[in-house]
Design a protein around this ligand. Structure first.
Ligand code: FES
Length: 158
């Protein structure tokens, strides 16, 4: 069954005659849906008579756009130089194990966490660093990770 994208109609109408407004349009679509699916791209394409390839090109070029559902908490693992030399790889490996993520997977089955690798988070003196949502955790070792994840699990149970 095809999903109903009529919730996007007001946003699409808002940008209908505004040339060069694909980025803000997609930002608002992402706010509504949580991510930008291929079906949503097709809906926008049909509604605005914009080639779907143009929408896909913009959505895949900018890392701010998410093309699949994301977990409720985003874990950013810094892979910048300072973190890399401080063994960010072991932090990433430990997180993948704790979250039960196989290679190629980035979101937990319960949709609680999405794991992503990022460049410098801007606090290199704390390497290795991760950020969960808006909170930074530095000078990490793998033993600290279960407690950090439990803090976020507890937030959801509260
Ligand atoms: S390299 Fe990781 S915070 Fe800068």
């Amino acid at each position: 069954m095809e999903k109903d994208y009529s919730s996007l109609d007001a946003v699409i109408h808002k940008y209908r005659n505004r040339k060069g407004s694909l980025i803000p349009l997609l930002q608002e679509v992402q706010e509504i849906l949580g991510y930008i699916s291929r079906e949503a791209m097709r809906y926008i394409s049909d509604s605005l008579s914009i080639p779907a390839a143009d929408i896909y090109g913009v959505a895949t070029f900018y890392s701010m756009f998410k093309l699949k559902p994301q977990g409720r908490h985003i874990i950013r693992v810094c892979k910048g130089t300072a973190c890399h030399v401080s063994d960010a790889d072991s932090i990433l490996k430990a997180l993948r194990e704790l979250l039960g993520l196989d290679n190629g997977e980035d979101t937990t089955v319960d949709m609680m966490f999405t794991l992503m690798e990022v460049a410098c988070l801007g606090c290199c003196s704390l390497a290795p660093v991760i950020m969960i949502d808006d909170t930074t955790f530095g000078k990490l070792n793998a033993d600290m990770l279960p407690g950090i994840l439990d803090r976020f699990r507890a937030l959801e149970e509260a």
